[in-house]
Design a protein around this ligand. Structure first.
Ligand SMILES: [Zn+2]
Length: 132
């Protein structure tokens, strides 16, 4: 997940180094159990399995379009992101961080996003209820 601009100041100054260390620990693969999607691999999801066609830097030199190789599946590039298991950007203990592909990071954060969206809607609704 990209860092939201409003949260950027909550990340430590050495976030770039912390992120690199977590990717190194993960061997540049998604750390979600059962997922071995590789950072910058190009391919497609078929159920729970990712099929790698090539790496991003190879895609441009391929004779065949990657989409043709995927035969109807949506071709994507895996982008590993660093997740905070407790959703607190300041908490950068390695045990709290995980390198996850976008699919698994989103799956993990889904409940958190749902609650945040609800709270945002509620706050906006309350603002509309303020007396003039
Ligand atoms: Zn994954």
């Amino acid at each position: 997940m990209p860092i939201k601009p409003e949260n950027r100041a909550r990340y430590p100054a050495d976030w770039t180094e912390i992120r690199a260390a977590i990717l190194l620990r993960a061997g540049n693969r998604c750390e979600w159990p059962g997922c071995c999607a590789v950072n910058h691999a190009v391919g497609y999801w078929e159920g729970p399995n990712f099929t790698q066609i090539c790496m991003k830097d190879e895609a441009a030199s391929m004779d065949v379009e990657a989409a043709d190789l995927a035969d109807g599946f949506k071709v994507i590039e895996i982008v590993l992101t660093i997740a905070h298991r407790d959703h607190i950007p300041e908490h950068c203990d390695p045990a709290n961080l995980a390198a996850w592909c976008q699919r698994h990071h989103l799956a993990y954060d889904q409940d958190h996003h749902t609650i945040n969206a609800y709270m945002t809607r509620k706050a906006k609704a309350n603002n509309l209820e303020l007396p003039l």
